[in-house]
Design a protein around this ligand. Sequence first.
Ligand SMILES: NC(=O)c1ccc[n+]([C@@H]2O[C@H](COP(=O)([O-])OP(=O)(O)OC[C@H]3O[C@@H](n4cnc5c(N)ncnc54)[C@H](OP(=O)(O)O)[C@@H]3O)[C@@H](O)[C@H]2O)c1
Length: 348
Amino acid sequence: MKAMLYNQPGGTDVLEYVEVPDPEPGAADVIVDVGATSLNRLDVVQRNGWFQMPGFTYPHIAGMDVAGTVSAVGADVTGVSVGDRVVVDPSLAGVSDGSKLAGMGDLFGELGIIGGTVAGGYAEKCLVPASHVYRVPDSMPIEHAATFPTCFLTAAHALFDVGALTAGESVMIHAAGSGVSTAGIQLAKRAGATVFATAGSDEKCERALSLGADHVFNNRSGDVAGWAREVTQGAGVNMVFDHVGTALFGPSLFALAVHGRLVNCGNSSGDEAVIPSLGYVFHSGITIKGSDPYRPEEFGPVWDSFCDGYAAGEIDVVIDSEFALSDAGQAQDKMLSSDFFGKIILKP
Ligand SMILES: NC(=O)c1ccc[n+]([C@@H]2O[C@H](COP(=O)([O-])OP(=O)(O)OC[C@H]3O[C@@H](n4cnc5c(N)ncnc54)[C@H](OP(=O)(O)O)[C@@H]3O)[C@@H](O)[C@H]2O)c1
C-alpha cells in the first residue's frame, strides 16, 4: 500500500510518500481501507519534533481520525464484516489480547493512539482492533465521519465528563475555528449552554456565530476577560474550555465567575502558564482542571449522539479543505498557518 511516513523530525520535507507492506490483521483485528482521515495538531507537532508522545517510534504514519471500509477481518472477529463502513476509535485503551495492538495503550500510562504512537490513517490501509470500529450510517459521507473521533471525543469529555457543564450555564471556548472547538461549540450549544467563542480573526468569529455561538470576540484584538464581564453584567462565565494554553491562560481565569472552572486540554501557544493572581483564584473559588483522556466506553455514546445530531441537521460537519494523501505536507502547512476553519481532510 501507499503511505505517508517520516523517519526523523523536521519540516514537511521529511514526509515520504512510499510503498510499504499491507498490514495483516491479528485474530481480533480488522483492516480498514482508509476512505478519509482528518488532521489534528498532534500530526504536525510530532512531525516537527516539538512534542512526541511516550511510545512514539520511527517510522511513523500519522492520522488519528480514520474512516473507511473494512477489507479484512481476523479469525476471531464477530459483528464486523468485510464491506462495513466504519469510523475508528483511535485510543488503544481497552484493546483485547487477540489484537496486534493489545498492551499498547494505557489511559494513565503510555497512552497508545492509532496515528499517534502506532500507524494511522495517512495510508491506504490501517490496522484496527475490531472492538474499536463503529458503523457509519449509509447517509453519511466517509469524509464527514473522519471529522469526528479526536475532536468530538476530546470536546465531549472536557465539557461534560471533566467540566460537568450543564444546561443554562455559560462556557467560553477559544480558537473557535480549530477542530476541537468547532466540535465543542456545537456540543455545548446542543446541551443548552450559552457559548462565548473567541478566535484570532473577525472572519473566524463570524463563522463561530453560524455554528451556534451566542457571543464572539476576536482574542487578538482586546481584553477577553473584560468582554466576558461586560456581556455577563460583571458576573463572568461558569466555565472556560481551553486548549490554546499560554496565550489565553490569564484572560481565561479572569473571565470566570465565582466557582468557575477552567478546563484545559491543550497547549497550542505554549506549555507554560502563570496564575496572575492566586488571591483571585482562592477568593473566587476557581477550579483549574486538566482534561484527562476519554475512556473507551465514552466513544460509542458520543458517536451515537453525533449521528443523531447529524441526521437531524443539528450538527454541522465543518470541513475546511480536502487534500490527496500525497499532498499531506501542504495540508499540514495549512494547519500550521492557522488559515483554516474546521477540519482538514486527507484522502488516499
Ligand atoms: N488532550 C487531548 O485529548 C487532546 C485531543 C485533541 C487535541 N488536543 C489539543 O487541542 C489543541 C487543538 O487541537 P486541534 O487539532 O483542534 O488544533 P487546530 O485545529 O490546529 O487549532 C489550533 C488553533 O489554536 C489557536 N492558537 C494557536 N496559537 C494561538 C495563540 N498564540 N493565541 C491564540 N490562539 C492560538 C489558533 O486559532 P486562531 O486562528 O483562532 O487564533 C489555531 O488555529 C491542540 O493543542 C491539541 O494538541 C488535545
